[in-house]
Design a protein around this ligand. Structure first.
Ligand code: NDP
Ligand code: HEM
Length: 498
């Protein structure tokens, strides 16, 4: 038997398709409150899209520990081999809006929420191990260059390469973006990286610096620019289709989790800053240590409820996992929760995708949409400290070990030096083969073709510092492909000499 349709207040609804009118030809009566309610609800169906990473795809799944890493961390989710933890994933493109095509060239977000027994751990990473900038004061400007031009309302290659040319440390990430890995065929065929250096601390109070890697077991697969262009012509939702259908058909995608570990005292040893987000840790110096397996095996019943309402934040960490001095990470610790309060509301942590599976007891009170039970367990214990023995209390045994900092407070600019070109050079000259380099040259040429000549020249100068063949290869590809859409150089075209 069908269920009874009700109002939001639970009363039976006599009709859901015929308005109450004065006579068969209208007008509609104001007292038809359920008509008003229905229209009013529709007007509130959208919430602000994420300021970045607006287009996304997600699933539910499980993480299983396969190797013992308890000597590095006391985090409960890693406490024994075989232990399983529920996970919510969300993958995304960075720049496109919510309706953007999936198969566009862009960095992909790779977010995992682990519902551990000591609270939620959010691993909010990307499919690249590094990033474009290393100082958070530059992040909003960087994002501005990826979004629409205020006058044309179009995306602007001129802005992108103008900015990157002024931030040569970006060349490592731009190289990955313009390489084959710039357009994965879907989230199942790409790696995920924590990117930043994080920290682990163990039961003996020892701290280790750590990098997180999630390597695809499906193998890497990418589209060329031509393939992606054709695909987008036939469907804009290729990632959602591939992911949803794979899980629906029981073909559950998997990733192997690895870590790289550096003892706390070794942070001065590498000839690069290990907290610089434009740098990887070479595998030969810091080998990958296997930890476990991630399997995504359930499509959410309701996309909006589970994926649009998902609120990831690097500030969600659990005992045994900590931050590092990475300046970018420090800014992200603030930024995400602030974004969620704006996008989802004060109590976003209580929404189903964000609610921890472990007990939650805190003294924050009331506010808009306080829709959940958040008792401290005793109605008299609504402040702290208090006299009640059953009231929640903080426990310093969960505090991470102290971190020694002995330095001058100052705006320490990290100047661009030759060190910044060593790793992109290794990627260009040693990791990529001839065919991959050829495609890199042409992908970059396609992206920067529309730029003005002064911007192109400034970018070639950056590539030259990576490798002369890189600059020559991209210059040649630009010349071969022509620059029919090039921004004309006029007296108004600003030229930044840096
Ligand atoms: P390795 O030879 O040990 O590793 C090379 C790495 O490059 C592998 O992790 C591989 O990923 C990855 N890779 C291959 N093609 C691409 C691509 N088009 N875009 C991004 N990554 C790619 O060398 P090193 O550790 O010494 O690193 C050399 C360079 O490789 C680095 O400077 C960096 O540019 C890049 N890299 C290094 C990583 C690291 O954590 N050390 C991680 C990713 C890239 P996979 O194994 O999945 O095929
Ligand atoms: C999303 C800020 C750098 C990965 C976001 C959001 C903000 C933000 C405000 C939207 C959050 C939301 O509304 O849900 C910043 C700032 C950065 C930064 C200020 C640097 C200072 C990075 C880096 C990575 C990253 C370095 C990866 C290593 C992501 C991902 C999402 C995201 C994956 C989407 C999360 C989701 O799936 O909901 N970022 N970001 N960001 N960011 Fe960043």
């Amino acid at each position: 038997m069908s269920k009874r349709l009700t109002t939001t207040a639970g009363a039976p609804m006599p009709s859901n398709d015929t308005s109450k009118t004065a006579g068969p030809r209208g007008p509609v009566l104001l007292e038809d409150y359920q008509l008003i309610e229905k229209l009013a609800h529709q007007n509130r169906e959208r919430i602000p899209e994420r300021v970045v990473h607006a287009k996304g795809w997600g699933a539910l799944g499980t993480f299983t520990v396969t190797h013992d890493i308890t000597k590095y961390t006391r985090a409960k989710l890693f406490s024994e081999v075989g232990k399983k933890t529920e996970v919510l994933s969300r993958w995304s493109t960075v720049a496109g809006e919510q309706g953007a095509a999936d198969a566009e060239r862009d960095v992909r977000g790779f977010s995992l929420k682990f519902y551990t027994e000591e609270g939620n751990w959010d691993m909010v990473g990307n499919n690249t191990p590094i990033f474009f900038v290393r100082d958070p004061l530059k992040f909003p400007d960087f994002i501005r260059t990826q979004k629409r031009h205020p006058k044309t309302n179009l995306r602007s290659p001129e802005a992108m390469f103008d900015f990157w040319a002024a931030q040569p440390e970006s060349v490592h990430q731009v190289t990955i973006l313009m390489s084959d890995r710039g357009i994965p065929t879907n989230p199942m065929h790409m790696n995920g990286y924590g990117s930043h250096t994080y920290s682990f601390w163990n039961n003996d109070g020892e701290r280790f610096w750590v990098k997180f890697h999630f390597k695809t077991q499906q193998g890497h697969k990418h589209y060329t620019n031509d393939e992606a262009e054709k695909l987008i012509g036939s469907t804009r939702e290729s990632y959602q289709e591939d992911l949803f259908n794979a899980i629906d058909e029981g073909k559950f995608p998997k990733w192997t989790m690895f870590i790289q570990v550096m003892p706390e005292a070794d942070a001065d040893r590498p000839d690069f800053n290990p907290f610089d987000l434009t740098k990887v840790w070479p595998h030969s110096d810091y080998p990958l240590i296997e930890v476990g397996e991630l399997e995504m095996n359930k499509n959410p019943d309701n996309y909006f409820q589970w994926i649009e309402n998902a609120a990831y934040s690097p500030s969600n960490k659990v005992p045994g996992i900590g931050y590092s001095p990475d300046k970018m990470l420090q800014a992200r610790v603030f930024s995400y929760a602030d974004a969620h309060r704006y996008r989802l509301g004060t109590h976003y942590e209580a929404l189903p995708p964000n609610a921890p599976k472990s007990a939650v007891h805190h003294y924050h009170k009331d506010g808009s949409m306080r829709f959940f039970q958040n008792d401290t367990g005793n109605p008299d214990a609504y402040y702290e400290p208090n006299q009640y023995s059953d009231a929640p209390v903080a426990d310093m045994s969960f505090e991470e070990p102290p971190l020694r900092i002995d330095a001058d407070a100052f705006r320490h600019e990290q100047e661009v030096t030759d060190v910044d070109f060593v790793q992109p050079r290794a990627l260009y000259a040693e990791v990529l083969n001839d065919e991959q380099r050829h495609r890199l040259h042409h992908n970059m040429a396609a992206a920067m073709g529309p730029c003005s000549q002064p911007v192109k020249e400034r970018w070639y100068a950056v590539l030259e510092r990576v490798h002369p063949d890189y600059a020559a290869g991209v210059r040649k590809a630009v010349e071969e492909e022509g620059d029919v859409n090039a921004v004309p150089v006029t007296e108004d075209t600003p030229v930044h000499a840096k």
